[in-house]
Structures are given as C-alpha cells and as structure tokens.
Design a binder for this molecule. Structure first.
Ligand code: SF4
Length: 806
C-alpha cells in the first residue's frame, strides 16, 4: 500500500468498477466527452445553411483561460462558432460554455430598454434613454450634494473589456468625483494580487500556459481545473513528461481523481501543510541555496519560522500524516521542473494572502521559478480579471499605480490630460468596506456594472437588505432578471460579449481581442457607449472628448502602462494582437522589435496527436483508454484537430527568467505569518464544514448567462444540490436524492442530497451557482486582500420530515 492512499482511497479501490463509474459521474457528462464529441451533446455543428460568409476571431467572454473562438458570420451577423485551431491558448478546443457563447445573447430576459422604479416598493417601468440619463445624474448628484461626493460608489467586474473598465473607473473617479469603487475581482483574485505585490513587487503571474506541458511535477492547491478551467486541464493532459500530478484539496475533486497523488487535508489546513513542507525541504537540504542567495531576501528568518512546523504538528492541524508530508517533499525534491498552481481554494480564505505566499515560498526555496515548467502560478477566474486588476482604477490607480503617490497621480494626469486635482488623494474602500459603508450610511448611492452582488456576495440575505436600503441603486447589465437588477431603482440595458469590441487579459498575461459580431437587442448599448453618454450628461464630457472608441482608449492604456512591469507600449493596435494570437505583457517596443518577428509564421503549430497517453487513475471511467484521439476534422464542429504549441517561442514568455523581481533591489521576499484559526469552526450545534465551489464546466458563476442556454442546462443538475458523505448521510437518515435542510447561523436552505465519498465525513460541498447557497456563507475576509472566505463555514443538515419532502 502506497503511503498516499488513505482509508477513503482504500475503500474506493475495493469498490466494483460500476460503482466507481457512478461515483465519478455525479452530475452531467464529463468535460472530456463533451470536448471530444461536442455534437453528440448538441453543441454547434456547422451545417450548409449556416456556411459562413466570413469568420471573425474573438476571445471567449467567460473564464480567464482566454480561448479564442472563430465566429461564423452570415450577412454580417454571427450564426455559429468554433474554437480557433491556431490560437496558442486553446489549440482548437473550447469547453461547453465557449461553444454556447452565442446562444445566451438571444435570451428572452435580455435588458432591452432602461427601467426605472419611481418609488421604493414600486414596479420598474420603461423609460427613454435620455430620461434614464437625466435620472441617473440627478439622483446621484443630489446624494453627493447632501452627503458628500464619496457617498456614491461603484462596483465593477472582471467581465467587461479593459477599455470599458478604464473608462468606468476614470469617469467615476476623475469625472463624477467618487472615491470608492471596486470590482468583483475582489471575490476571486484580490488575494493573488496582494500576494504577488508583496512577494514579487508587482501583481505579476509569472507563467505561460506552455508550463502545463513542460513540468515533470504539477502541484494543484485548492484548484480543480477539470471543472473550473477545462482547457487548461487539456494542456496538462498533453504533457509528455509523464508528470507527477498532485492535488491538495479536502475533496476528491474531478482533478484529484485524475491525479497521481491526492492529498486530502482538513479544510484550511493548507497554510500549515505548506509551512511543514518548507520545513521538510529545508531540513533535508532539498533547497536551491544558490538561487536563494542570489534572488531572494529573508530566507534565514523564514527557515527559523518554519522550523516549528514539525511533521507531528502539521499532521494534527492539517490531517496529512507524516509519511505523506515526507512523500510530498520527496516528489518536489526529485522534480526537475516543479510547478505550483492555485486558485480559489487558496484565494477565498481568511488567510489567503499568506497561503498564496507560502506557495510562492516553496517555489523560491527550490528555485522553481523563471524556468520552463516551473513557477508559483495563480490561475485567474474571470475572462478579464487581470485587466481589472491593472486598469480598472479602483483600489489601484491606472496601470498598477498608487493613489497615495503624488508622482503617480501626476503621471496619470499628464497622460490623460486631466487636472491632477481630479484624482482622489486617497485609496478606495474595498468591496466589503463599501458594503459596510452602506450599513453605516456613508454610502447612499451605488452603481453596479455587470456583476450580481445579490447572488454572489457572502451572507447573501444581509447584503440584499443593504442594497434595498440604498437611496439609489443603479444596475447596468445584459439581463434585467438578475437578483441584483430586481432590486435596482434604475436598470441600464447593456450589450454583452459578442456585441462589443475591446481586449481581455488572461491568466498568463495574454491580451486578446474580442469583437462585436451581433447587434445588442432593443435599445441596449455597449457599456462603452453608456459611459460616454453619462460623461456628457454629467457635464464632464470634455475630460473624455477623445475617448471615442475602444481602440482609442487602448492607445491610452498603452501610455498608462509605459514604464510599468505591465508595459504594453510595443503593441501597435488590435490588428497586431490578432496577428500574433494575442500577446503577453510585458511587450515593450524592444520586445516587439526583437522577439515577435522571430515567430516566422504567426500561429504555426506542429500537428501532434497525443493518443500515446492513457488514463491511469483507477477512479477514472476511461481507465486504460487513450487520453485524446484527434480524430478527423469534419462536421463535428469545425477544427477538431488537436495541436501542440511550439514551446518556448516568443509568444510563450514567462517572467523572472533572469531572476530579477520587481522590488527595488530586484529580489523576491519571503513573507510568512503564524496561521490563524478559522473564524467559524464547527461545534456540537453546527458540526459540518460547508465547502463551496464550481459545480460543472457548463455553469458560470451566478448563471445569469449559462442558464439561458438550453444545451448547457442539460449538462448540469438543475435542482440545487449538495454533496454529503455516506457516513454523515447514514447517521442523519438521509437517502440519495432527498431534499434536506442545510442550515448555518445565517440561514436555512433546502437542497437535494447527493451522497458521495468525494467528500469526507464532517464536510459537505455545495456548488456556488445556485442562488440560495450564499445565504449560508460566513462573512469572513482576508485582512490583507479583503477577499471573502467562501470555503469554510459551520452548518448542520437534517432530513426534511416526511410529508414536506417535495
Ligand atoms: Fe475557454 Fe474558459 Fe471560454 Fe471555456 S469558458 S471556452 S475554458 S475561455
């Protein structure tokens, strides 16, 4: 028996194959089946009647992977799409959301005209745009006159292009006098951003996607790419180095099932485990002393700090036994190219920043950074979270600058040709502080753009009451039916992805272009156009006179990036981004001049089927089968060829290859802190830990879009459900499929039970996509990033009495 197999593993190993299949197939079909045979599931097929007149390429508008899609046009309108076979990100693949990206634009509940609620408790009524703009300005100005300009705030998103984000943040702060604005990236990536800044000196994810294929050891911490980033998992599947794939996660996730080693740990045992691993590596001398001496600061203090994290102490706190800790350290030591990957399991934590930095510390002490197949790599969530982090002008001044720094303010004022006095001298409140500002009465008016706070915010019942209490709430969105739009006093109808131009920045820092391929319905306008109209109505149009188009604003963004680590002044225009299959930042004129021409033929990839690989996990229903058969291109969607990226070329660039970080001394920093207990531990009354996360590859966040696709709806359970272990179900008299009360100190909701050993006794898991789940979550925040801790709160579950089980 190998040390990595715990009791649960042993139990599963003994189960008959049919039961293993059942366990694995807990809801909907697997991503891989969808990926290889999309038309079997009803995903788009190119038929003769839809043969396109033209094809326009556009980056997908859901997740941060940043796949490129070929949009097929007929008579100027999009009729279907297929994944772009020549784009270095997705290499001809897309997940179900990407395949169905066009369908959701035709939903019946699209916002097609402005809606106004003349009095609280009344109904939303249609009105003309010019009246909507007048109401918008009059009501917000009135609040500012009575309570100060800071009493109106905005909340943005990682779902709209960088150009629109820059316009929103600049209009709100430089034109309308707001100080406070934040975005929903606070809910996913704030932890990584702060961790990068403190450790590296700038918010700089160091990797390129080729690293998935270059590693011989990949360690996923709180990440489930099979579900959350399926195309990135495909890149892992193409790795030819027979890598060790380690998943550190409390649950036996879909990715853990595919791993060579699953490390189940107690919820929020990650920080202590990572410190214990550092101790083990240092104690055994399995570290790169030369790299540490040349490129880091603070190692001696770090080594002294982690010495206290003995194997016994770590086992007690994390549940990972000493043998398994040792095995993990050995695997890291034996790896030539070790990469560490994390997502929301780390970020959405009460100590997320220090946990992310504990991952970074492991990469630094072992010298696994800056080389192919290495890195401490944070995978982003939303399609433009990186654009939001750099250019939304919320908690950072444009271009990753600081509102508190007079020189930074002057630089931005000079570039934008605005008075420096228009730039706030203080930073913004973070999202949670804006919410608390509503409670205290400091925030009276709120403008929410393309995010669904009333669904996604933690302790949801509380935030809904707060939104209702605002003097004036404006929601600007594609859909008038979102939980947040239903609370609004004014709804501004916006165009969505596919109906606008701009750029997104993906997880590997790649800028890609999205294109308008459809007209927005009714009187909906692009967010860009709405911002221009508001600027004129507000009376600050002169400040934005030359913000005439997304591409004009892109030129300003380039100027704002000059001299920063995210410098993109070498990118000429959108056409250049198209030509090179997107371009990663940084791209200075020197990089553009020296490196990019070395791509002799942009978008050139070698055909290389990966059918030599097989599934090896005993839990996988396809065990022994080929990983991927490229098949023949044909009517199974366009471009079903699978290709392998040319590695290490000019368009697959990673940071820190020269060992130079962004701190003034060029060195990375070891940052660490004593772990803290979770804020709501389980107890006798609430004995179970609730974990939340993504449910399937066919659902996106609060489902404002994915629920509008009839095909996607077939690919996930429509009934809200939660997963519970056989042990906990049995002791509570719960059968599979029962409706069950799940209760925390903040609310009680009814969910259908899925009994599965994917979760261990003492834990339950609920997908975040269903509206009620955040009625349960506990409002805890990381003190440095202010990010929410969705991943652990105490709940109890109980069977619903007979007679009301419906
Ligand atoms: Fe690719 Fe993400 Fe779009 Fe799926 S949702 S097609 S993985 S970018």
């Amino acid at each position: 028996m190998t040390p990595q197999l715990n009791i649960l593993d042993r139990m599963i190993e003994l189960l008959p194959e049919s039961l293993c299949r059942l366990i694995h197939n807990s809801g909907g079909r697997l991503t891989r089946e969808l990926l290889l045979n999309p038309t079997v599931f009803g995903l788009p097929r190119r038929v003769d009647s839809h043969r396109p007149d033209a094809i326009v390429k556009s980056v997908c508008g859901y997740c941060s992977t940043g796949c490129n899609l070929s949009i097929h046009l007929k008579r100027g309108e999009a009729v279907s799409l297929s994944p772009d076979t020549d784009y270095p990100v997705n290499l001809g693949m897309a997940c179900p959301k990407g395949w169905q990206a066009l369908d959701v634009l035709d939903a019946a509940d699209r916002a097609t005209e402005p809606l106004f609620r003349p009095r609280k408790g009344g109904r939303l009524q249609p009105l003309e745009w010019h009246n909507a703009l007048e109401v918008f300005c009059r009501r917000f100005k009135d609040i500012q006159q009575r309570h100060g300009s800071e009493s109106v705030a905005f909340l943005g998103t990682g779902q709209i292009p960088t150009e629109e984000l820059a316009f929103l943040g600049s209009l709100a702060k430089f034109g309308m006098g707001m100080r406070h604005g934040d975005g929903n990236t606070r809910q996913c990536m704030a932890t990584s951003a702060v961790a990068h800044k403190e450790s590296f000196g700038f918010d700089a994810p160091p990797f390129t996607y080729a690293d998935f294929e270059e590693s011989d050891v990949l360690i996923f911490i709180g990440a489930n790419p099979c579900i959350a980033h399926p195309i990135l998992w495909e890149r892992v599947s193409r790795n030819r180095h027979h890598p060790e794939i380690i998943v550190i996660d409390p649950r036996l996730t879909e990715t853990a099932m595919q791993a060579t080693l699953h490390v189940p740990l107690k919820p929020k045992g990650d920080l202590i485990l990572l410190y214990g691993l550092a101790r083990e590596l240092i104690q055994n001398g399995w570290i790169d002393r030369e790299y540490i001496a040349a490129h880091t600061n603070g190692f001696q203090d770090f080594a002294a700090f982690v010495a206290a994290f003995t194997a016994e102490a770590v086992e007690a706190a994390s549940g990972v036994n000493a043998d398994l800790q040792k095995r993990l350290a050995e695997i890291i030591h034996n790896g030539q190219r070790v990469s560490f990957w994390w997502t929301m399991g780390v970020n959405q934590s009460h100590e997320g920043v220090r946990t992310a930095q504990a991952v970074i510390n492991l990469a630094l002490i072992t010298g696994n950074i800056g080389r192919p197949g290495t890195g401490a790599n944070s995978i982003t969530g939303q399609c433009n979270a990186m654009g939001s982090r750099l250019f939304s002008n919320t908690t950072n001044l444009l271009g990753g600058r600081d509102f508190l720094d007079p020189a930074h303010r002057q630089t931005v004022a000079d570039i934008l040709n605005i008075p420096e006095a228009n730039i706030p001298r203080q930073g913004s409140w973070a999202y949670n502080e804006i919410i608390e500002g509503i409670r205290s009465g400091a925030i009276r008016g709120l403008w929410i753009v393309a995010t669904n706070t009333a669904h996604s915010w933690i302790n949801q019942s509380d935030v809904r009451e707060l939104l209702k209490s605002l003097d004036f709430l404006v929601v600007q969105d594609m859909y008038s039916s979102t939980e947040t739009a239903e609370l609004a006093d004014l709804v501004l109808p916006a165009a969505g992805w596919g109906e606008k131009d701009g750029t997104f920045i993906n997880s590997e820092r790649r800028l890609g272009v999205l294109r308008s391929v459809k007209k927005a319905p009714g009187h909906a306008l692009t967010d860009f156009r709405i911002f221009r109209l508001i600027a004129e109505s507000w009376g600050c149009g002169d400040l934005f006179r030359d913000w005439t188009s997304p591409e004009a604003v892109f030129q300003k963004i380039k100027q704002l990036s000059a001299g920063q680590p995210c410098d993109i002044t070498g990118i000429t225009n959108y056409a250049m981004l198209d030509k090179f299959g997107g371009i990663q930042w940084p791209c200075t004129p020197e990089i553009a001049g020296e490196l990019l021409p070395s791509i002799a033929t942009p978008h050139t990839f070698e055909n290389a089927p990966v059918s030599s690989l097989t599934y090896t996990s005993p839990f996988c229903p396809f065990q022994g089968e080929k990983v991927a058969d490229p098949g023949a291109p044909g009517d199974e969607g366009v471009g079903r060829e699978f290709k392998t990226a040319v590695h290490a070329n000019a368009n697959e660039r990673r940071l820190f290859s020269d060992g130079q970080f962004f701190h003034a001394d060029g060195r990375a920093r070891f940052i660490f802190e004593t772990p803290r207990p979770v804020t709501e531990p389980t107890d006798d009354e609430y004995p179970l830990t609730l974990l939340t996360g993504r449910g399937t590859a066919s659902q996106w966040h609060t489902q404002t879009r994915t629920s509008k696709s009839a095909i996607l709806r077939k690919l996930y359970p429509n009934d809200p459900y939660f997963e519970i272990s056989p042990t906990d179900a049995t002791t509570r008299g719960i059968s599979d499929g029962d409706l069950v009360n799940v209760q925390s100190r903040r609310g009680c909701i009814r969910l259908r039970a899925v009994i599965t050993p994917k979760v261990v006794a003492g834990q339950v898991f609920a997908p975040m996509h269903y509206p009620a789940v955040n009625q349960l979550t506990h409002p805890t925040f990381d003190p440095y990033s202010k990010q929410l801790s969705y991943k652990s709160c105490a709940v109890k579950v109980s069977a619903v009495p007979v007679g009301s089980n419906s």
